[in-house]
Design a protein around this ligand. Structure first.
Ligand code: GTP
Ligand code: SPV
Ligand code: MN
Length: 611
């Protein structure tokens, strides 16, 4: 104990509440030693991880790691929000009483760091000085050095960030224990993994994974689940799985900001990194603020403001290439100190590869291992068509490496939000873009976001399901209260943002091709949304919102067929009428849904019946 305390003294950790928390857990976990981590330790931690074989070099100033093969995505089933308030139970938050679940997860954690180093990662989920800074501080405890490397990239990490908190006790207690991964029974009835957020105690207890949101606790456990709960409990803000970008018109100098939710692995990173298509690049520039989380609040001037609490990108590798997302490739270029996880790796040349990186995999198989570590050349016939990279393989890099990051991305006061958009993988029905001017209809639209699930969560890929506001896996309190909180926060803004729904994923049922070319071309839909906020276009009113007239879209240089364009600018009334019945069932699950939301639903349904 005295030794452990001395290591906190040596590290200069002076916040007594943090010291007490760290020492409590060091004893409970039986840690052999404590190491407090700051961003300046990155180079040393990289060296140690390389020496220990936890990571491999992936080119100059780039790194590679594999996670355990049954630990490659978030587990929604094993994720729990706990509180001591039964009224916090919602449909999606997997609520449990703290008294019931805390002893279970702590039982798995007890003594789990015997003989190991306990890393202590003090972090801030906001730019310093943000009006929401009091909700942003946290201290992650972990037994995993690779988690430290990721946290240093994804959050602002340093001892100074928590030594001088205005309220020394106001930090999230985030405990991560990897566990003995091969013995945890992932996906079986004996599953021992628990990813618990004790939201009313601002405590996170994650056991049984070293991957992504399961292990980097600043990111979604704090940045989304805890933040959503804090935002609601305090009445001050919204914490959402949103990207946040700016579009600058270089001719007029005007800049607009758009944020919005797309379910996991459905295009947020790509949209925030959009390089304008060549035909529009002279005039417009997209600036990156955030790709996964936004916290939103109303400023003193009555505008809605948003900021990205993260400091890095944990982006999906699949299909990232020079055509789809050149910005992402630059963000993980040599000497960015980016980390790749679960992509394919060449142990001789140290190259990495993933599906969609090039049209075909490398022809020379020499040295290539797949994401499980098997030599590709030696894979059996049954695995010949298996992907080389895991579909949820990712790259991790800091925001400063993103070529289009906004000059003011760390501005503490955030940016004014002009529009809020929702979108997902929807193969029919949803047009390219529809705008919604009414707040309750906008919130209703977010609550009824329906899309195909992706490989970002275990075992649900391709399944059509509702994902309210893209928050389904991160919802921490009941949906009715969530809707009411949205109406309250955004309703308090004297300048209302425009809502819009977009869809890059409509498909031709005959051959399955995407009707909209997507990626860089998505800017064209954003430009219409911005024009609509300024009243420069009128569009045409439909039962489900305002759709662009073809001539209002800038389609210069776009390669799209007449049939595809007509289809994505049309409302399929029959399909929509059917959808309204599904929505009714969906909304009926939620208790205390505000009457404004039901009224919006009835208005849309009635308008569809009149078509
Ligand atoms: P999370 O980090 O899981 O929250 O995901 P995200 O929403 O940031 O998803 P991301 O932008 O990383 O995209 C996920 C996948 O969708 C990638 O494989 C992209 O290549 C693909 N994708 C993104 N935008 C488009 C698009 O406009 N059209 C098509 N067809 N695919 C896209
Ligand atoms: C997501 O799944 O939505 C992610 C990746 O952004 S993770 O951090 O693993 O949740
Ligand atoms: Mn996400």
């Amino acid at each position: 104990m005295a030794d452990l305390e001395k290591s906190l003294d040596d590290a200069g950790l002076t916040n007594s509440s943090v010291r007490e928390y760290v020492l409590h857990w060091a004893q409970f976990l039986d840690a052999e030693r404590i190491e407090v981590v700051s961003a300046v330790d990155d180079a040393r931690l990289l060296r140690e991880s390389l020496d220990a074989g936890e990571i491999d070099p992936a080119g100059e100033g780039l790194y590679y790691s594999r996670s355990y093969s049954k630990d490659t995505a978030r587990s929604e089933e094993r994720t729990i929000v706990a509180t001591s308030r039964p009224q916090d139970e919602g449909v999606y938050n997997n609520w449990k009483h703290t008294d019931e679940i805390r002893p279970v997860v702590e039982g798995h954690m007890k003594g789990a760091m015997a003989g190991k180093t306990m890393y202590v990662i003090p972090y801030l989920m906001s730019p310093p000085g943000s009006p929401l800074e009091r909700f942003a501080a946290g201290v992650e405890i972990t037994d995993n050095r690779t988690v430290c490397l990721h946290m240093i990239r994804m959050a602002r990490v340093g001892i100074d960030l928590i030594n001088d908190l205005d309220e020394p006790d106001m930090f999230v207690r985030a405990v991560h224990v990897t566990g003995d991964l091969p013995t945890l029974g992932q996906g079986t009835p004996e599953d021992k993994r628990y990813f618990v957020t004790v939201a009313d105690e601002r405590t996170i207890l994650h056991f049984g994974s070293s991957y992504g949101g399961n292990a980097l606790l600043g990111k979604i456990a704090h940045g989304l689940r805890q933040a959503a709960y804090d935002g609601w409990a305090s009445g001050e803000f919204l914490g959402e799985q949103f990207m946040l970008l700016g579009v600058t018109d270089k001719e007029t100098g005007e800049k607009h900001h758009i944020c919005g939710g797309f379910p996991s692995a459905s295009g947020k990173t790509n949209l925030a990194m959009t390089l304008a298509p060549d035909a529009l690049g002279e005039r417009y520039h997209v600036e990156f603020y955030g790709d996964d989380i936004a916290w939103l609040w109303v400023g003193e001037d009555g505008h809605l403001y948003g900021m990205n609490p993260e400091n890095g990108v944990f982006g999906v590798a699949k299909d990232t290439n020079e055509r789809t997302n050149p910005t992402a490739l630059d963000a993980v270029a040599e000497d960015t100190h980016a980390l790749f996880t679960n992509v394919a790796y060449n142990e001789k040349t140290h190259e990495v590869w993933w599906e969609g990186r090039t049209p075909a995999p490398p022809a020379d198989l020499d040295g290539w291992r797949d994401w499980k570590g098997e030599l590709v050349a030696e894979r059996g016939a049954d695995e010949a068509d298996a992907p080389w990279a895991h579909p949820n393989s990712r790259f991790t890099t800091t925001l400063a490496n993103v070529p289009n990051v906004a000059a003011d991305f760390e501005k503490p006061e955030g940016v004014r939000i002009d529009a809020i958009i929702f979108g997902g993988r929807t193969r029919d029905r949803e047009p390219l873009v529809r705008a919604i001017t009414d707040l309750a209809e906008g919130v209703y639209d977010g609550l009824t976001l329906g899309a195909e699930a992706t490989a970002a969560a275990e075992g649900v890929e391709g399944k059509l399901r509702y994902d309210p506001m893209s928050m389904r896996p991160f919802m921490s309190y009941p949906e009715g209260a969530y809707a009411a909180h949205w109406l309250k926060i955004v309703g308090a803004a004297t300048h209302q943002p425009l809502f819009a729904h977009v869809n890059w994923f409509q498909r031709d049922p005959e051959d399955g091709h995407f009707r909209w070319p997507g990626y860089r071309e998505n800017l064209r839909a954003l430009l219409w949304i911005i024009a609509r906020t300024k009243g420069e276009v009128t569009g045409r009113q439909t039962p489900v919102g305002i759709l662009p007239l073809e001539e209002e879209l800038d389609l210069t240089g776009l390669d799209i067929s007449r049939e595809d364009l007509d289809t994505i600018l049309t409302v399929d009334v029959d399909r929509w009428r059917e959808e309204m019945r599904f929505r009714e069932d969906h909304l009926n699950q939620f208790h205390d849904l505000p009457e404004e939301i039901w009224a919006a639903h009835r208005r849309v349904a009635a308008a569809l019946e009149q078509e």
